[in-house]
Write a protein that binds this ligand. Structure first.
Ligand SMILES: Nc1ncnc2c1ncn2[C@@H]1O[C@H](COP(=O)(O)OP(=O)(O)OP(=O)(O)O)[C@@H](O)[C@H]1O
Ligand SMILES: [Mg+2]
Length: 239
């Protein structure tokens, strides 16, 4: 089952000012994809549109065969939303919950049961076990980020979407995250990862989409000798 298929998707905030134009994109299960583009290219707009956070769009997409278009009902959105999880660079958590409470709460929203043993094991990997019962309001940026990432890893929905998610993570935690998303994909999940950190994208992703001039300008498979810097700068060069 394909985790994401996008057909002819255009999106905007103000009528007549397209941010994305006729986007076509198809993801296969069990793979890690990168999404690159300069500031303002429309990466967040694309990811927010897929997640229902921007409803100004035309065309259609499907998340694990749950089809969505501009006329979709809330019930159809509800089903589609359960197939994906979004982690962003600015995690908005609930200060009244603990780290563990937040992970549990999101699992309830997705109607999934949380295995506390798995959470403790993952928190140990991320070196944040001691914070599990601390209030979210007391957590550092990196530990808030880890809360969101652990939630996504444990939920195991078919598409894990990440919008510049590593801001605030220490070097060791980035490596833990790398191992964990590889395992996520081995379990059949798919990762769509937007970042400006080309070295990390090159190391983590099997292929990369470059968003430029409102469209997917390039789809680049990543091999050990791929020069992603050169390919990226050529794709987004200002004429
Ligand atoms: N809520 C909004 N209302 C109006 N315009 C917006 C809104 N959010 C974003 N935009 C505009 O849409 C365009 C794409 O922005 P977007 O945030 O998707 O880019 P991005 O590729 O994620 O950039 P960055 O790398 O800086 O995160 C920009 O021109 C931006 O100014
Ligand atoms: Mg963005």
């Amino acid at each position: 089952m394909q985790p994401l298929q996008i057909e002819n998707l255009s999106a905007w905030y103000k009528p007549g000012e397209l941010i994305l134009e006729q986007i076509e994109l198809h993801l296969e299960p069990g793979r890690i994809y990168g999404l690159l583009g300069v500031n303002g290219a429309g990466k967040t707009t694309l990811l927010h549109t897929l997640c229902g956070l921007n409803r100004h769009f035309s065309g259609q997409f499907s998340l694990s065969e749950s089809g969505i278009g501009p006329e979709s009902t809330e019930a159809e959105w509800y089903t589609a939303k359960s197939k994906r999880y979004l982690a962003t660079d600015a995690p908005v958590l609930f200060n009244e919950l603990t780290m563990r409470g937040y992970v549990e709460f999101i699992h309830k929203l997705y109607h999934r049961s949380l295995d506390n043993g798995e959470l403790v094991h993952l928190a140990r990997q991320f070196h944040c076990e001691v914070y599990l019962d601390r209030w979210v309001s007391e957590l550092s940026l990196g530990n808030k980020q880890k809360t969101v990432l652990m939630t996504g890893l444990l939920l195991n929905v078919s598409l894990f979407i990440l919008d510049e998610p590593l801001v605030g993570l220490d070097v060791e935690s980035i490596e833990v995250f790398h191992t964990q998303i590889n395992d996520y994909c081995k379990r059949g999940g798919t990762v769509l990862f937007s970042s400006h950190l080309l070295e990390i994208v090159q190391r983590f992703c099997e292929s990369v989409f470059i968003l430029h001039n409102k469209r997917i300008a390039l789809h680049v498979p990543i091999h050990p000798d791929t020069d992603l810097h050169r390919i990226f700068f050529e794709a987004v060069r200002h004429e």
